[in-house]
Design a protein around this ligand. Structure first.
Ligand SMILES: *Cc1c(COP(=O)(O)O)cnc(C)c1O
Length: 389
């Protein structure tokens, strides 16, 4: 057995990141400044986007996208039942009401037919999540949005490299929101980005991200002496620091290389697991560029002979870290009591959430790690077979 625990989603940090962080520390300017601007420009260029505003998380990005989109109390926002809690919480933070739609059981993405059914006269926005890096059916989603006059905010936390019909994810709806959290494909420690095609919306996001202070308020302590500023709204403290941005700049240079590497690992998993009684990720649609952020398998106990949780424990006993993305949103007691949601009302999300396991898939995963994961997964299924016999 391997000596060290294979930590799920551990980031790949090179010496260049370390050197640049030290450089920022030595420069004396740690906060929002020229490095953040450079990261915004490089990210916008990579995504072929018009405007990019860096913030300190995807959660902040989603919140500001909603606010700049005019969402507030009395409004309803439709999102997927199969997502991270932050997606739903940001809707709640605006004072709007989240409305869940079930997923397609194959793609695990929000089902446009379920969105259509969930639309009411109060609906103002749709927040699709490109789950695991697989693009949602954006033509269908945008058609619904257009028909009902809704804005679309793409949760692109998994979707840095994703494209839908050659359009980069995050540039199709009104806003695209990205995460640079430690387990994501591009990391800055904590960090996020908002993309939008509209200059006024971008300016509003930027203003709200720094206390609601007027333009270029971050310069108030710069080399040109103190600058007065005006507070124009009750904003938030969501700005990114130069200290974070320099990590992102280096990470972005390797984004395509790392995507190729994860593609190799993905193919190896597909190959080795083909004959096991597990459901592997669906084939990538011909119109999709999958970011390959999460390799999610489904462990159906009646088929695999082992429960999902026992499977997770078995992997841990072999020193393999795995993830669960995610228990469906209605499984959480808080949402049940606040909104009356029940898991069984979103059956595809419930089933996937109870069976899903994310296997290690990052640029930091070596060939030897892949072998260990493969052995552990096979071992888990075989241990189940032998107890059945
Ligand atoms: C990680 C994640 C978020 C939140 O990202 P942070 O940068 O940690 O705020 C939101 N939505 C989804 C789908 C995520 O995976």
């Amino acid at each position: 057995m391997r000596d060290d625990f294979l930590i799920f989603g551990s980031p790949q940090i090179h010496q260049t990141e370390i050197d640049d962080v030290v450089g920022v520390l030595e420069s004396g300017w740690l906060g929002t400044g020229p490095k953040v601007t450079e990261f915004e420009n490089r990210f916008a260029e990579y995504k072929r986007a018009e405007h990019a505003v860096a913030v300190n998380s995807c959660t902040a990005a989603l919140h500001l996208g909603l606010l700049a989109g005019g969402i507030g109390p009395g409004d309803e926002v439709i999102t997927t039942a199969m997502t991270f809690c932050a997606t739903v919480n940001t809707i709640i933070h605006t004072g709007a009401t989240p409305v869940l739609a079930d997923i397609d059981p194959i793609s695990l993405n929000i089902d446009p037919r379920a969105i259509e059914v969930a639309v009411t006269e109060r609906t103002r926005a749709i927040m699709p999540v490109h789950f695991a890096g697989r693009p949602c059916d954006m033509d269908a989603i945008c058609a619904i949005a257009e028909r009902h006059g809704l804005i679309v905010i793409e949760d692109c936390a998994h979707a840095v490299e994703t494209e839908y019909k050659n359009k980069p994810a995050g540039t199709i709806g009104d806003f695209g929101c990205f995460s640079f959290y430690v387990t994501k494909n591009v990391v800055t420690g904590e960090g996020g980005m908002v993309l939008t095609t509209d200059a006024e919306r971008a300016a509003r996001v930027r203003m709200l991200s720094l206390h609601g202070m007027s333009r270029d308020a971050w310069k108030r302590f710069g080399g040109e002496g103190f600058k007065h500023y005006e507070v124009v709204d009750a904003g938030y403290k969501y700005n990114m620091m130069d200290l974070q941005a320099v990590i992102g700049i280096q990470q972005l240079k390797r984004v395509e290389m790392n995507w190729l590497r994860r593609g190799e690992v993905w193919c190896q998993y597909d190959e080795y697991f083909r004959d096991l009684p597990l459901t592997l990720p669906a084939e990538v649609e011909p119109w999709a560029r999958h970011a390959r952020h999460l390799y999610t398998i489904l462990v159906d106990e009646t088929c695999a002979g082992i429960s999902r949780n026992a499977f997770l424990e078995f992997l841990a006993s072999r020193k393999i870290g795995a993830g669960v993305h995610y228990m469906s949103i209605p499984e959480h007691k808080f949402y049940q009591s606040r909104f009356g949601w029940r898991p069984e009302d979103y059956p595809n999300s419930m089933k996937a959430g109870r069976e899903t396991v994310s296997l290690p898939l990052s640029a930091a995963v070596s060939d030897a790690d892949v072998e260990d994961v493969v052995d552990a997964v096979k071992g888990a299924v075989e241990s189940a077979c032998s107890t059945l016999r």
